[in-house]
Design a protein around this ligand. Sequence first.
Ligand code: GDP
Ligand code: IMO
Ligand code: MG
Length: 428
Amino acid sequence: MPAYGIVGAQWGDEGKGKIVDFLAENADMVVRYSGGSNAGHTVINQMGEFALHLVPSGIFHKTVDVVIGPGVVVDAPVLLKELEGLHANNVDTSRLLISDHAHVVMPYHLMLDQLEEKERGGSAIGTTGRGIGPAYVDKVARVGIRVGDLLDPSYLSERLENVLRTKNKILEKIYGADPIQFEKLYKEALEWGQALQSYVASVEQRILDALSVKSKIVLEGAQGAMLDLDHGTYPYVTSSSVSIGGACTGLGIPPSQIIGIIGVYKAYSSRVGAGPMATELNDSMGHEIREKAWEYGTTTGRPRRVGWFDGVAAKYSSTINGFTSAVLTRLDVLDGIDPVKICVAYEIDGKRVENFPSQSKHLSSAVPIWEEMSGWSKPTAGATNLADLPNEAKAYVERIQKIIGCPIDIISTGPKRDESIIVRSLVE
Ligand code: GDP
Ligand code: IMO
Ligand code: MG
């Protein structure tokens, strides 16, 4: 004890990277538990500005061990490039460990992700194209290649030969694509293994050992709860367990070890890719927020859809995760916008609905019921004291706190590490 889970509470890009980097100051270990290079976690600190896809956001702290856990899917070339970028900025990565159980995103996963999306036509999910869905499919189908396999040439050869036989049939016969050559891929995969060898370890016991000596562990989530495979807006979701349960299954730690479950919320909503978003703003206000906040994907550069804060979705994600506290980010983006709106319920088929609908099709027809609040003209940007927030901004934060039903312990007022208001210390 103790572990603290940091979970995206909306549709991803809530600012988890910034918050994990900030909280890591008081941590001994930071562990990524799910997802893959579909994640893009921005960290801005004294070492520079970074967009991390696989390396945990605790990497900038010299005394913090960082771990890519078994539940993550690893694209080796992306990871190697990310490590190169960190080294070029003098970031020490020697404390990184990669689970030998983590699955490898293979080139055929990338190909299939893109081919499947094309095949879906008008109902495409709008994936990041990073091979995430196909990699998790293979994990579940028990035909995945794991990071540890990259270090075992004969086992890798046997596994890869078997998998490629089927994959090439799919690529050629279903999609009319070129097959993947075994020799070339095998050689590449061995090279990845060699390049990553010094980082690869059996990490589960190390995490449990750290917990047993009361090390402070930050469990870094990726994506957001509304993209959770089981609990999100299916089928417009990612392919992993984003919510706090994913930290237990993805890392092999018991739930009882997690003493803090911290939901990271953005002060409004954003979503990349397709799928219902009840509070989406398709007007000049949406445009204004997108441009002001530079809401463009960290991983794909796609413009993010933006909207007012969705209180119904926010309460749902707090409930399914059991958030013990929350972080509210990007409050500064709303500076100067008056009035601001919060969706407190939906109208679906003429009825007021306060619980999040279980079917995406119902959400698509949901009409938000708004609560309008006064905006604020005095800027919150860069504020580090609660007392410095204008009363209207405080009232807005308090209203969100009431809706989600747990205390907002950190309010983030800018992208930099220290642009934060600590209402109550989280990792103690
Ligand atoms: P993540 O995927 O949850 O880590 O979030 P991203 O990094 O994809 O997107 C969040 C964006 O918001 C990044 O550009 C951050 O630098 C930025 N950011 C984080 N917190 C704040 C904040 O409080 N205010 C402002 N203006 N930007 C923030
Ligand atoms: P972070 O960790 C925002 C979205 C994609 C798409 C859906 C499925 O930076 O918050 P996938 O490639 O996972 O199969 O795509 O999920 N998505 C994200 N949106 N932030 C992310 O990660 C995301 N990871 C996946 O846009 O809609
Ligand atoms: Mg992101």
